[in-house]
Structures are given as structure tokens and as C-alpha cells.
Design a protein around this ligand. Structure first.
Ligand code: SF4
Length: 246
């Protein structure tokens, strides 16, 4: 008892501001806490490594197969969209696809079904793939920057896209496409790091290590603005030429 009173006195005295002779309540609480700890030690308790109580560190490395990556995305709660989504829309298609198609975010109907590019824009996309590229839909790989529906589907928050886009980069890393069609500005910017507007970049070919990125209008935009049909057709023809000459 004499010993712990000595410790308490030493702690109290050491925290006194010599000029004002005041000490804070925080210092007093710390001193009392230390006194209690000292008493527990007297009773036979020992110091214990805090690592026992630590939560598991989140595994920040992404898996090396599409199936396990998909499983991880399905269990993802890294951003707020996990609270409002119905289903994670990971993406689908051939895992050895030469052509990959990347949109911005799942639509409401994608969110209900868990499938990518459903509804009217999905039907339009299938026609683009079959009629212009001369491929079957299941021969390409289709995904989005965001794997969960954005609350504002017209302009998904860049913060969510920033959190989610490593999944997309890993999909590209695993599938190794030669050509990526970026539907819309957000997809193009996250694929290339180039923040130019779509009006400036549409129809150009951006060379990345191992693949080319070609930006064009999103099928949703095309449905609302049929006047851009010619531009989209030209961009897809460019993809077709690249496919034939690679
Ligand atoms: S949007 Fe992406 S980061 Fe956010 S919860 Fe869904 S999968 Fe996770």
C-alpha cells in the first residue's frame, strides 16, 4: 500500500504544472487507472499481449482467380453502397476474352438480378456485340467500375468508384483482354487515369501496357440520345478493325 501510494504521488506530482500549480482531470484519471492496474498486479494478474484482443487485419490482397475475386466482391462492405444494394453485380463472360466491355455502375434491373447490362441497355449492347463486332455476347467479358448500384445512377460518386475500382483492375489483370471498350467518361477515366472529357477522347485509342482502351458513349446515353448512334457505330468499327489486324 505504501508502495502504490508512492507511485500515485509521484504520478500526480510529475503532472503538476509548476507555473500554475494546476493539473488536469485527465492526469488524475490516468493516475487512478495506473493505481488500479498496480493493485491488480499485486493480486497476481499479469500483463497480457494486446494482440489476443486485436481484430483480424482485413486481407487487402485480392484473390488470383475470377471465382474467388467474385466471392470477395459478393461479401464486400468497403463502401456505403453495400447498404443500399440488393445484389452485387460482379460481371460475366469469357475468362479468356479478347474484348472486355466496361461500364460505370449497375442499373436498377442489374441490381435486382445480379446480372450485368440487363434491360434495354443490355439488349442494345448485345446487338452492338453481335451485329457490329461479329462476336457472341458470351465471348466478351462485361463488367463495371462499380460492382454495386450507385444511388445516383446518372453520376456515381467518384469516392465509391475509387474504393471499388481495384476489383476491376484485378479482373483485367486476370482476364488479360487485348481491347477494352470503355462506356462513358467514368469508365474511361478509371481505366486510363486520363481525366479528359468524353467529348475529347471518344473515338481515340489509348494504349495501356498489354491492351488498348477505346472510349465511346454508354448504351444508356445512346438510348436517350439516338443522334450519337453514328459515332458509336464508328467507334465499334474501329474495335472490329483492331480485332482483325492484331
Ligand atoms: S461498390 Fe465495390 S467497394 Fe463498394 S461495397 Fe460494392 S463491391 Fe464493395
Amino acid at each position: 500500500m505504501v508502495k502504490d501510494n508512492l507511485i500515485l504521488n509521484w504520478i500526480l506530482n510529475s503532472n503538476i504544472n509548476k507555473n500554475s500549480y494546476t493539473f488536469s482531470m485527465k492526469n488524475l484519471k490516468n493516475a487512478l487507472l495506473l493505481k488500479q492496474l498496480y493493485q491488480l498486479k499485486q493480486l497476481g494478474y499479469k500483463y497480457t499481449s494486446v494482440t489476443i484482443f486485436k481484430e483480424d487485419e482485413p486481407d487487402l490482397t485480392l484473390p488470383n482467380t475470377i471465382e474467388t475475386l467474385k466471392k470477395q466482391a459478393h461479401e464486400c462492405h468497403l463502401c456505403q453502397l453495400s447498404k443500399s444494394r440488393n445484389k452485387v453485380v460482379f460481371g460475366e463472360g469469357s475468362e479468356t476474352a479478347i474484348v472486355m466491355i466496361v461500364g460505370d455502375a449497375p442499373s436498377n434491373s442489374d441490381d435486382s438480378s445480379g446480372k450485368v447490362f440487363t434491360g434495354r441497355s443490355g439488349e442494345l449492347l448485345t446487338k452492338m456485340i453481335e451485329n457490329v463486332l461479329g462476336l457472341k455476347r458470351q465471348e466478351v467479358y462485361i463488367s463495371n467500375v462499380l460492382k454495386c448500384r450507385a444511388l445516383d445512377t446518372q453520376s456515381p460518386s467518384p469516392a465509391f468508384a475509387h474504393t471499388c475500382h481495384p476489383y476491376l483492375l484485378k479482373q483485367i489483370d486476370l482476364i488479360k483482354p487485348k481491347i477494352i471498350i470503355a462506356f462513358g467518361e467514368l469508365a474511361y477515366q478509371y481505366l486510363t487515369g486520363d481525366d479528359s472529357s468524353l467529348t475529347e477522347t471518344r473515338g481515340t485509342v489509348y494504349e495501356k501496357e498489354g491492351y488498348k482502351v477505346i472510349p465511346t458513349y454508354h448504351p444508356n446515353y445512346l438510348l436517350r440520345n439516338p443522334s450519337v448512334k453514328k459515332e458509336v457505330f464508328e467507334d465499334l468499327k474501329k474495335v472490329k478493325v483492331l480485332l482483325e489486324t492484331r
